[in-house]
Write a protein that binds this ligand. Structure first.
Ligand code: SF4
Length: 411
């Protein structure tokens, strides 16, 4: 009996076509064919086969709609106890640009968001900095907080009171912390990033990052599911993982969602090297490869998953990304920069709208949670959040932006 081909054995276009046809029939791409396609996606003709199948899969369940969320990005603290070798966001406390937000600063950003028609307040911050830094413990104590989570809960209340729906991404949280945040958050998230334990080894991207232990992150996803929290996750491409590890990460997300039905979206995010980091000289993943992995993610995760690729991280490839099966551009802000990738400006939303139109699709504004969750999954929201949702969501579940709707949006 002959053994199965190695994943990186050359794959013909005809064979790739039959693998994606099976995936379209069954609604899911399994591990072995995903690894074969992933190892061959830059081979001539294979990427086109993948794109065609991924777009067909997307249209099967999402039709011609692509969404975007106008948000404000609030980096509540850029201190973090981890030291991922690719991270340009986290700062040491003695850095001139280390900063933790006061509630007054949060309120000011929220006001700017409301004035420009944003509905999502993205709270994004480092992991448990008080464990690593006495100065941060003192900063919190001086304001009456025992932990960064205490501050975060208050910041979410300020955002909700100010007329925006918070979405929190605060790194690894325990179940009790998520329970405290749930009444004030429309949704929460944690990038799974990778299931590779190898990347926690000496010299690898996550060696000095205890919160990047895949088991710890998977446990948080499980607990978020048990707490019925609409949850955002994603894959980080290009931090040293291999094809099998990327596929495993996607399959893990699929399995988590199959158990808890709580993954509201999966982000496919390429790593961009940052000056001043240990990975500053690492070559970024090629744009073509990003497009290919978005398409593979669509086929692995199936037609129902909300699939997102940040448009500021592959700006030359927006048209191809649109053909790769995504149905969401994620958060785009008219007010704040992408503090994780400050070198990458947001595209204008009207440019995304025109791009969608040219590709035979329609751009619609959503809030931090997707319309189908608002309309059909009330059990995922705390009662007080459920009461707040109609103020910021239309009858169809899209973002309600009183007085801010442009003629193009209405069209
Ligand atoms: S956990 Fe996040 S914020 Fe902290 S160092 Fe790693 S990538 Fe940066």
């Amino acid at each position: 009996m002959s053994s199965p081909p190695q994943p990186d054995a050359p794959l013909s276009v005809a064979h790739a076509t039959s693998l994606v046809a099976e995936a379209l029939d069954s609604g899911r791409l399994e591990r072995a064919p995903a690894e074969r396609l992933g190892a061959n996606l830059l081979r001539p003709g294979v990427l086109e086969v993948l794109l065609e199948a991924a777009e067909a899969s997307k249209r099967r369940h999402k039709g011609d709609v692509v969404t975007v969320s106008r948000n404000v990005f609030i980096p509540l603290t850029n201190l973090c106890r981890n030291r991922c070798t690719y991270c340009g966001f986290a700062k040491q406390p003695d850095s001139a640009v280390a900063h933790s937000y006061s509630l007054e600063e949060v309120a000011e950003v929220v006001r700017g968001g409301v004035l420009t028609g944003c509905t999502e307040a993205l709270m994004c911050l480092g992991d448990k900095p008080e464990i690593a830094y006495r100065s941060h413990r003192d900063w919190l104590a001086a304001r009456g907080y025992d932990s960064t989570i205490d501050l975060l809960v208050e910041a979410c209340k300020v955002a909700l009171d100010g007329g925006m729906l918070p979405h929190t991404n605060a790194g690894v949280l325990c179940a009790e912390e998520m329970e405290r945040l749930r009444p004030w958050n429309a949704s929460m998230g944690l990038m799974l990033e990778t299931t590779s334990q190898r990347l926690r080894g000496r010299g690898m991207a996550h060696y000095h990052a205890p919160d990047k232990d895949p088991a710890v992150r998977i446990r948080m996803h499980e607990e978020a599911g048990e707490l019925a929290i609409p949850f955002t996750t994603g894959v980080l491409l290009g931090i040293g993982e291999n094809v099998a590890e990327r596929v495993d990460t996607l399959l893990t997300i699929r399995d988590l969602d199959a158990r808890h039905h709580h993954i509201q979206e999966t982000i496919i995010q390429p790593f961009h090297p940052k000056p001043g980091t240990r990975m500053r000289a690492t070559a970024p993943i090629r744009d073509d490869e990003v497009v290919g992995w978005v398409a593979l993610a669509r086929l692995v995760l199936g037609p129902r998953m909300n699939l997102q690729a940040p448009p500021n991280l592959a700006p030359e490839m927006l048209g191809r990304l649109l053909r790769a099966g995504l149905n969401d551009w994620g958060g785009v802000s008219p007010v704040t920069i992408d503090f994780i990738n400050p070198e990458a400006p947001w595209p204008a939303i009207d440019k995304l709208r025109a791009l969608c139109k040219a590709g035979g699709q329609r751009l619609r504004d959503r809030g931090p949670v997707y319309p189908e969750w608002i309309l059909h999954r009330p059990e995922f929201f705390d009662p007080q959040l459920r009461a707040a949702l109609p103020c910021l969501a239309t009858d169809e579940g899209y973002a309600r932006r009183p007085h801010r709707q442009s003629r193009e949006e209405a069209a």
